[in-house]
Every structure is written in C-alpha cells, then in structure tokens.
Design a protein around this ligand. Structure first.
Ligand SMILES: C[S@@+](CC[C@H](N)C(=O)[O-])C[C@H]1O[C@@H](n2cnc3c(N)ncnc32)[C@H](O)[C@@H]1O
Length: 355
C-alpha cells in the first residue's frame, strides 16, 4: 500500500476534488454569458482589461451588484482560459480581466453572431432537469433522461416553446457560420450540384453560404420542422420547406445535412438515411457533417470536446457521437455503398455517402 502522503496519492485527491467541483466551471460560464460579460469587455475590439467593479458598472448599472462575487467567477474562468487576469504589482488586491481567444468566441461579432447562445442553450431549465437522471439510462436502455424529466423528446419540446426554439436557431447560426467557412475552403464536393436540399437546415445559414460560393446551384431547399422554418429568414435562391425527415425529404441531386445524425439513435439514423437515399438519384451524394470520435481515448482538447459532446447528445437527445467506422456501417445499412470522410475542420468531419 502506497504511503498516504505520497505525491501521487495527493495528486489523485486533488484530481477527484477538481472533478467533483467541476460543475462550478460550466455554471460560471453560464452566468457570465447570461450577463453578457464578454460584450461588456470587448466593446467593438477594445478588450481593455477591466476590474470586476468596472465590468459590473456596464452589465448592472443599478449599483446593486457585488464586484467580489463577479471577481470570484472571473477568477475560476481565467483558470480555464476564458479570461486573462491582469494583476497590479503595486496593489495585489486589484485584478483586471480581458478576453482571451477563447473568451472572444463569446463576444458578438459584426454579423451579430457568437458562441454565447450555444452556451445558453445547454443550461436551460428543461435540459438541466435531464442530467441527474443520466445514470438511469445506463441500467435501463429504454430510459431517456430528457423525456423522463420533461414528458417528451427534446425537439418536440422546443417546438412548443418559442423562446427555446429561437435560442436553438441562434445557437446553430453562431456555430455553423465559422464552420461553413472552413468546409467551403477545404471541400469541393458541391461542384456540379444544381438542386441542393439541406435536411434539418434550421435558419438556412449553411445553404446561404453554400449558394454564395456555388452560383451553379440553381435551387436550395431548406428543409426543417414546420415551426422552425416558420422563423427562418428569407434568403435569395432558398425555399424553406417544413416537414418531417422521418417521413419524406424533397428530392435533389445532393443532400446536405449538418449536425443531425449525432442527435439520433442508430435506428432513427437508419430511417433518416433511408429517406435521403430515396430522395437521391443514382450517384447522388448525401453530404453529412458530424463530429467523428477518434478510436483512441486521450486527454487532448479535441478528444475531450468530442467525448463531452457525446454525453450531451446521449442525455438530451438519446443520440451519440460515432467513429468513422460506425458512420460507414450506418451508411451501408441504409443502402449507401460508398463512403468517404474529409477532415476539413477542427470539430466536424464531412462524410460523403454516395448512392
Ligand atoms: C442540431 S440542429 C442542426 C441545425 C443545422 N443543420 C446546423 O447545423 O446549424 C438539428 C436540426 O434538426 C431539426 N429537426 C429535428 N427533427 C426534425 C425532423 N423530424 N424533421 C426535420 N428536421 C428536424 C431541428 O429543428 C434542428 O434545426
């Protein structure tokens, strides 16, 4: 038995204390996003280091706030690289904060976009209610935490709550626009396509960007649930069509689909892909963009982001992140004989399934 005070025992205790208290990190992140701290510091690119009192004066001018509480939250998030902490050598009690590269992803850009709505989307009450029930689905595969907590599946639930629906739209736009820049730069699989259908296309942002780069695409169909397309903005060249991808999908010579398969079980993915197969001509491509899990588990930031995302979709949607092989098998099960992955982005992989 190792001695109780060896470094390795002490490090192990620290590691488990850190994990046990880890909830403080996302909850602090949620708090600063709710209070719009990133925009208060960013100020159109100034990013001047500010004290907690100065930030508080910008986000809560009533004067009722507590700078010390804000500073405690900023300190923990500085430790996780969201803020940079600037200490005053002459006065150790004075701390100022600016945004790091990570923190800047939360500041609203010139297009009105950021990753902030994606953060907020995760911590809505209905989603939070599902988390304490996660252990139940390990021992009972029929138990769905979100359904158990809220009485119905997530997308049906969002559809009935306009504020959740709108937050989802904003969250998707904030993530999709930077990703689409990467895919349009590194992947040329839209060459020759004339009619492109985006299945689960949300606001139609992805289609808008694809059509801007490929004027040869004469028609873009943004297909999503009726309540979602009802809120989508009008986009030149894009027709919004409401429907259910499990029943039928408008025909096109290629189908684009981003961040869809990940939120569904294998059985439901097979159904979606079979509907896509039917909507495509022979040789037509289903171009899916999904996070792809590495085979090997490690502690890199990318692997962690992918594994954490896997647990999120498992708990909220009953979906899963998959490996390349698992995607290939899914394609084969729905009838697609050809499969090719393209690693063009830090998070998503383009998966081409050809009929
Ligand atoms: C994770 S979001 C991805 C949105 C978009 N593709 C993107 O990446 O920005 C999943 C989308 O699937 C849509 N969706 C869910 N169930 C659907 C169904 N049965 N038929 C069509 N779309 C559906 C949701 O409304 C949502 O817009």
């Amino acid at each position: 038995m190792e001695h109780e005070t060896t470094d390795s025992r002490n490090n192990a205790r620290l590691a488990i204390l850190e994990l046990a208290n880890m909830i403080s990190v996302p909850m602090s992140l949620n708090a600063v996003v709710r209070l719009n701290v990133a925009d208060a510091i960013w100020q159109g690119g100034a990013n001047t280091p500010l004290s907690a009192s100065q930030i508080l004066a910008r986000i809560a001018p009533s004067g009722a706030g507590d700078p010390e509480t804000l500073q405690r939250v900023l300190r923990v998030l500085s430790s996780y690289g969201v803020f940079a902490e600037h200490l005053n050598d002459a006065d150790s009690s004075e701390r100022k904060y600016s945004l790091t590269e990570t923190g800047k992803t939360l500041a609203t850009d010139s297009q009105g976009l950021s990753y902030a709505p994606y953060v907020l989307q995760h911590y809505q009450d209905a989603l939070m209610r599902a988390w304490p029930l996660m252990h139940e689905m390990i021992v009972d595969s029929t138990s769905m935490p979100f359904v158990k907590a809220n009485g119905e599946e997530a997308y049906c639930y969002y559809g009935k709550k306009p504020e959740m629906n709108e937050l989802m739209l904003k969250a998707m736009s904030g993530i999709s626009v930077p990703f689409m820049k990467a895919i349009l730069h590194g992947y040329n699989g839209f060459d020759g396509v004339k009619r492109l259908v985006d299945v689960g296309g949300s606001t139609g942002d992805c289609l808008r960007m694809i059509l801007q780069k490929y004027p040869s695409i004469v028609e873009g169909i943004n297909f999503d649930l009726p309540e979602v397309v009802a809120k989508a903005p009008s986009i030149p060249g894009v027709t919004h069509v409401g429907g259910d991808m499990f029943k039928s999908i408008p025909g096109g010579d290629a189908i684009f689909m981003k961040w869809i398969l990940t939120t569904w079980t294998d059985e439901r993915c097979k159904l979606i892909m079979e509907t896509c197969f039917k909507a495509l001509p022979v040789g037509g491509k289903l171009i899916a963009c999904e996070p792809v899990l590495p085979e090997k588990t490690d502690d890199s930031q990318r692997t962690r982001a992918l594994l954490e995302g896997d647990i999120f979709v498992m708990t909220i949607y009953g979906g899963k992140h998959r490996t390349e092989q698992q995607f290939k098998q899914l394609g084969l099960s729905a009838g697609f004989p050809n499969f090719k992955p393209f690693y063009v982005d830090y998070f998503y992989t383009v998966l081409e399934f050809q009929k």
